[in-house]
Design a protein around this ligand. Structure first.
Ligand code: HPA
Length: 234
């Protein structure tokens, strides 16, 4: 047990999928894993371990934002031995070619300041996905009838943004979408020699103001879970 994860040693698999929403962890475990067992409910941040095609998998909620994800990812890696961590979540589209329901595989995650920012001092560290996961996820996504984009995303600290000029610069520099967690996940994976990837569904678009209706979010979420699982075990 750790401060934020009530699981026993051995309860957490080496491969962990991390949705922001703990109820999404429950939904994914119930719909995609065999013999899923609840392994954490501290603070309602649900985590389940089960199996997929004979492979052991944990699906653990991360909460929203880099400080929350950082707590769970640190404990999963340092205390429970997680080795492959895949964020499955939503993002806001930033480029015109990025449409609602498309999936973005985040090759890099730019950020103003993650919880790890202070250790780099004047270096702008470049958080990047694990290549083997990225390649496998791109292959898994290509066989589906969804738009797929691979490139840079922006991990913001705010959902209700008071600095639209930052978004403008991100758009100008080709950033595909905005979310709030991946940069810290990639940084921790680099620090502890783990593999990490963020698989993101475009749930809204900053340019057009469109947003995905809630019934379509579930179907998109299922695509992401399958892409993440196939990538993890390819
Ligand atoms: N901003 C930040 N995070 C997000 C967004 C957004 O527009 N959409 C989904 N996650």
């Amino acid at each position: 047990m750790t401060i934020h994860i009530g699981a026993q040693q051995g309860d957490i698999a080496e491969t962990v999928l991390m949705p922001g929403d703990p109820y999404r962890a429950k939904w994914a475990a119930e719909n995609f894993l065999q013999n899923a067992q609840l392994v954490n409910e501290v603070r309602g941040m649900l985590g389940y371990t089960g199996s997929w095609n004979g492979h052991r998998v944990t699906i653990q909620g991360s909460g929203m934002g880099m400080p929350s994800l950082s707590i769970y990812a640190n404990e999963l890696i340092r205390d429970f031995g997680a080795k492959t961590l895949i964020r499955i979540g939503s993002c806001g589209g930033m480029q015109p070619q990025v449409k609602l329901r498309d999936v973005i595989l985040a090759m890099t995650a730019s950020t103003v300041g993650s919880p790890s920012h202070s250790i780099f001092k004047d270096v702008n560290f470049a958080p990047a996905a694990d290549w083997s996961l990225l390649q496998a996820a791109a292959q898994a996504a290509q066989s589906r009838e969804i738009g797929i984009h691979v490139g840079g995303i922006y991990s913001s600290d705010t959902f209700y943004d008071e600095r639209p000029d930052l978004n403008e610069q991100m758009v100008r520099h080709g950033i595909l979408g905005v979310e709030m967690e991946a940069a810290e996940l990639y940084t921790l994976a680099a620090r502890y020699q783990c593999r990490a990837l963020a698989v993101l569904t475009v749930s809204d678009h900053l340019g057009t103001g469109e947003a995905l209706p809630s019934e379509q979010r579930e179907r998109s979420f299922g695509d992401m879970v399958e892409i993440a699982l196939e990538a993890a075990f390819s």
